[in-house]
Design a protein. Structure first.
Length: 393
């Protein structure tokens, strides 16, 4: 993808700058921010705006309030954490639009910040309502897109606003586009895609996009179950999405015709009712009451062997139930061994960043994307509306 016109190319001193950030952060039961990585990732853009004397208005969504005001999804905990990270107070407008937002915006001084209340308290956000987009755009003189995790959605704050204001990409979005483009435009071969997680019906187009582009696709996690069943293996009580026989068969045909190797697990770590501890079995002899939870030692070694000599590796999704300490060894070992192999390694999608951090393997990657669906669609080669609306550099 062509580079986008960036924040560093425009003057911001004294201007009201409307910034779309992605502060949809996980929270503890008491509402406190559980993981501030998305806030920290936005700091290069926010610090630049502060140092340059901009009057910065931040907007984000949090959770799924379904277009109505819900106190469970207020941004108060977020601005509390953001204020601590920035080292200066960030007030919260009572709404994303309206009199309070207008008055607070008008009172902003150079170097100050204002956060608008949750965008998704308004149905017009997800509907890309022209009236709501216009009301947001009225608050600023320049729009900065720095929420890469939302650019695959044609919402008011990601598409409607930049159609109404001069617009640029923030430093986070610029980096995401630059790094992920290396996987799309000319990845250095051999290229290995390591894909886990679940939701096969959602990930099949993504997997298929690697056929002919990657030399090898390694499939783990629950994602592997329909593929193993298509190969004739009975996986006991392991849950596999039904009705995918035709699409799975088409995937295998595409991979074979394009010369892309598909590597599936050969052994699985399972749990069984009434049996203490986990067991490991070959995929050809899974007990009928067993539920697969992780890839086994033989599979871990086979996957890691495919990294040797590779130049590019992309990872998305755990290879087992990594949130459970009994079933995280597969993901942890494979990614740890990846770190010993030179090359350009990227992680993206969903909870991959959190998993890498929790397992202590973040150092295996040159780049960890902040995007979930946006990163997967970008790597797939799709056009993302929140990027398409921004001018090229």
């Amino acid at each position: 993808m062509a580079a986008k016109k960036g924040l560093g190319s425009v003057p911001v001193h004294g201007r009201r700058v409307l910034v779309r950030v992605d502060f949809n952060v996980p929270q503890l039961p008491n509402g406190q921010v559980a993981d501030d990585r998305r806030i920290v990732e936005a700091l290069p853009t926010l610090n630049h705006l502060r140092a340059a004397g901009a009057r910065t208005i931040l907007m984000t969504h949090l959770g799924r309030p379904e277009g109505r005001r819900d106190p469970r999804f207020t941004l108060r905990p977020v601005v509390h954490r953001l204020s601590a990270v920035l080292g200066q107070p960030v007030p919260l407008a009572e709404d994303a639009v309206g009199v309070d937002a207008l008055q607070r915006t008008a009172r902003l001084e150079n170097g100050q910040f204002l956060m608008l209340e949750n965008l998704r308290f308004h149905p017009g956000e997800e509907a890309n309502d022209p009236g709501f987009a216009g009301a947001l755009a009225h608050l600023g003189e320049l729009f900065v897109e720095d929420a890469f995790g939302t650019v695959h959605r044609a919402h008011a704050s990601t598409v409607g606003v930049p159609k109404r204001l001069p617009s640029v990409a923030g430093f986070l979005v610029e980096r995401e586009v630059r790094e992920l483009s290396r996987l799309v435009e000319d990845p250095a071969p051999p290229y290995v895609a390591l894909v886990g997680g679940a939701k096969v019906v959602d990930k099949l187009p993504f997997l298929t996009s690697f056929c002919g582009r990657a030399q090898t696709i390694l499939i783990g996690g629950a994602l592997a179950f329909p593929f193993l069943r298509a190969r004739g293996y009975d996986l006991g009580s392991s849950l596999a999405e039904p009705g995918l026989e035709t699409t799975v068969a088409e995937f295998f045909r595409r991979a074979e015709s394009s010369g892309t190797e598909v590597v599936l697990p050969t052994d699985l770590v399972v749990e069984r009712p009434g049996v203490a501890g986990a067991e490991t079995h070959p995929v050809a002899s899974i007990p009928s009451d067993a539920s697969a939870q992780d890839i086994g030692p033989e599979t871990r070694d086979r996957f890691a062997q495919r990294f040797l000599g590779s130049k590019t590796v992309f990872w998305n999704g755990p290879l087992g139930r990594a949130e459970d300490s009994r079933f995280r060894a597969g993901t942890q070992e494979v990614l740890s061994r990846l770190g010993a192999v030179p090359g350009y390694h990227v992680a993206a999608g969903g909870d991959s960043a959190r998993i890498a951090q929790d397992l202590g393997v973040s150092g295996s990657f040159a780049f960890i994307s902040t995007g979930g669906g946006a990163a997967l669609e970008f790597v797939q080669g799709l056009s993302l509306p929140g990027l398409a609306v921004l001018p090229d550099a």
